[in-house]
Design a protein around this ligand. Sequence first.
Ligand code: ZN
Length: 71
Amino acid sequence: MYYPKQFNLGDIVETKKEHPCGSKQWEVIRVGADFKIRCMGCSRIVMLPRPKFEKSVKKVIKSAEIIENEQ
Ligand SMILES: [Zn+2]
């Protein structure tokens, strides 16, 4: 079973490949069918479809999610 990952505005994620500027960290600035992320190194904004975004993310560094019920 496939569980889609949840991403929230303001999340900081690390990608598998680094940006040409050398940074691997991105801030999520738009979620939906298309994602927009801003490079933490050079502030460049990239838009990409969700499946591609999910594939390129290695991990979430900092989640902007406030509180999730854990039960
Ligand atoms: Zn960059």
